[in-house]
Design a protein. Structure first.
Length: 132
Protein backbone atom coordinates (compact mmCIF):
# COMPACT_ATOMS: atom_id res chain seq x y z
CA UNK A 1 0.00 0.00 0.00
CA UNK A 2 1.37 3.38 -0.97
CA UNK A 3 0.63 6.77 0.52
CA UNK A 4 1.75 10.20 -0.48
CA UNK A 5 3.86 12.21 1.91
CA UNK A 6 4.33 15.92 1.69
CA UNK A 7 7.28 17.31 3.55
CA UNK A 8 6.01 20.61 4.91
CA UNK A 9 7.99 23.57 6.18
CA UNK A 10 5.81 26.27 7.70
CA UNK A 11 8.25 29.14 7.58
CA UNK A 12 6.64 32.42 8.60
CA UNK A 13 3.82 34.93 8.15
CA UNK A 14 3.85 38.70 7.77
CA UNK A 15 1.44 41.45 8.75
CA UNK A 16 -1.07 39.32 10.66
CA UNK A 17 -4.08 40.91 12.32
CA UNK A 18 -3.67 42.10 15.90
CA UNK A 19 -6.10 40.03 17.94
CA UNK A 20 -5.04 40.77 21.51
CA UNK A 21 -5.51 43.90 23.64
CA UNK A 22 -1.76 44.60 23.50
CA UNK A 23 -1.97 45.13 19.70
CA UNK A 24 -0.28 41.81 18.92
CA UNK A 25 -1.27 38.15 18.42
CA UNK A 26 0.03 34.79 19.61
CA UNK A 27 -0.16 32.92 16.28
CA UNK A 28 0.08 29.24 15.46
CA UNK A 29 -0.81 27.21 12.34
CA UNK A 30 -3.00 24.12 11.97
CA UNK A 31 -2.82 21.92 8.87
CA UNK A 32 -6.46 21.08 8.18
CA UNK A 33 -7.77 17.52 8.04
CA UNK A 34 -9.24 18.00 4.57
CA UNK A 35 -5.99 16.54 3.25
CA UNK A 36 -7.16 12.98 3.96
CA UNK A 37 -5.36 12.29 7.22
CA UNK A 38 -6.82 11.75 10.65
CA UNK A 39 -4.83 13.81 13.14
CA UNK A 40 -4.24 17.55 13.20
CA UNK A 41 -0.76 18.96 12.89
CA UNK A 42 -0.11 22.17 14.77
CA UNK A 43 2.91 24.46 15.05
CA UNK A 44 4.07 25.90 18.35
CA UNK A 45 2.62 29.26 19.38
CA UNK A 46 4.79 32.33 18.71
CA UNK A 47 4.04 34.80 21.50
CA UNK A 48 3.28 38.47 20.82
CA UNK A 49 4.01 38.73 17.10
CA UNK A 50 2.35 39.99 13.92
CA UNK A 51 5.19 38.56 11.79
CA UNK A 52 5.88 35.16 13.38
CA UNK A 53 8.67 32.82 12.32
CA UNK A 54 7.95 29.14 12.96
CA UNK A 55 10.50 27.25 10.84
CA UNK A 56 8.37 24.20 11.60
CA UNK A 57 9.06 20.99 9.66
CA UNK A 58 6.76 17.97 9.48
CA UNK A 59 5.67 15.23 7.10
CA UNK A 60 1.98 15.01 6.19
CA UNK A 61 0.82 11.58 4.98
CA UNK A 62 -2.18 11.82 2.67
CA UNK A 63 -4.24 9.53 0.49
CA UNK A 64 -3.38 9.67 -3.23
CA UNK A 65 -6.82 11.19 -3.83
CA UNK A 66 -6.24 14.24 -1.61
CA UNK A 67 -7.46 17.52 -3.10
CA UNK A 68 -5.65 20.22 -1.13
CA UNK A 69 -3.62 21.14 1.91
CA UNK A 70 -5.38 23.77 3.97
CA UNK A 71 -3.61 25.92 6.54
CA UNK A 72 -5.41 27.90 9.24
CA UNK A 73 -3.62 30.55 11.29
CA UNK A 74 -5.00 31.16 14.78
CA UNK A 75 -4.34 33.51 17.67
CA UNK A 76 -3.92 31.54 20.90
CA UNK A 77 -6.00 32.80 23.82
CA UNK A 78 -5.70 31.59 27.40
CA UNK A 79 -9.24 32.35 28.60
CA UNK A 80 -11.37 32.24 25.44
CA UNK A 81 -11.66 30.43 22.13
CA UNK A 82 -8.74 30.95 19.78
CA UNK A 83 -9.38 33.47 16.98
CA UNK A 84 -8.89 32.54 13.32
CA UNK A 85 -6.50 35.05 11.74
CA UNK A 86 -6.73 33.66 8.21
CA UNK A 87 -6.59 30.61 5.95
CA UNK A 88 -4.95 29.51 2.73
CA UNK A 89 -5.06 26.37 0.63
CA UNK A 90 -2.67 24.68 -1.75
CA UNK A 91 -4.25 22.42 -4.40
CA UNK A 92 -2.85 18.95 -4.97
CA UNK A 93 -1.88 19.98 -8.50
CA UNK A 94 0.86 22.23 -7.05
CA UNK A 95 2.80 19.19 -5.90
CA UNK A 96 4.86 17.18 -8.38
CA UNK A 97 6.89 14.22 -7.15
CA UNK A 98 10.20 15.39 -5.73
CA UNK A 99 9.87 18.97 -6.97
CA UNK A 100 10.06 21.42 -4.06
CA UNK A 101 7.82 24.48 -4.00
CA UNK A 102 8.47 27.67 -2.08
CA UNK A 103 5.46 30.00 -1.97
CA UNK A 104 4.31 33.22 -0.35
CA UNK A 105 0.52 32.99 -0.28
CA UNK A 106 -1.97 35.66 0.84
CA UNK A 107 -4.12 34.58 3.76
CA UNK A 108 -7.86 34.91 3.35
CA UNK A 109 -9.08 37.07 6.19
CA UNK A 110 -11.53 39.83 6.93
CA UNK A 111 -9.72 43.13 6.60
CA UNK A 112 -5.96 43.15 6.08
CA UNK A 113 -3.70 41.51 3.51
CA UNK A 114 -1.05 39.34 5.08
CA UNK A 115 1.26 36.68 3.68
CA UNK A 116 2.02 33.09 4.63
CA UNK A 117 5.35 31.45 3.64
CA UNK A 118 5.27 27.72 2.90
CA UNK A 119 7.73 25.21 1.48
CA UNK A 120 6.66 21.73 0.45
CA UNK A 121 7.84 18.66 -1.43
CA UNK A 122 5.78 15.61 -2.44
CA UNK A 123 7.26 12.14 -1.94
CA UNK A 124 5.88 8.65 -2.36
CA UNK A 125 6.18 6.43 0.69
CA UNK A 126 5.55 2.74 1.05
CA UNK A 127 3.39 1.40 3.86
CA UNK A 128 6.55 0.50 5.79
CA UNK A 129 7.99 4.02 5.46
CA UNK A 130 4.82 5.52 6.94
CA UNK A 131 4.78 3.35 10.08
CA UNK A 132 8.48 2.75 10.78
Amino acid sequence: MFKLAIEVDIIEARDLLASDKNGLSDPYVVIDQTAGFTSSIKTPVVKESLSPVWNFNTVVCVDPSFKKLKFRVFDWDRFSADDCLGTCSFPASMFADGVPIDVWQPLKQKSKKCLFHFHGCLKYLSFMDVFV
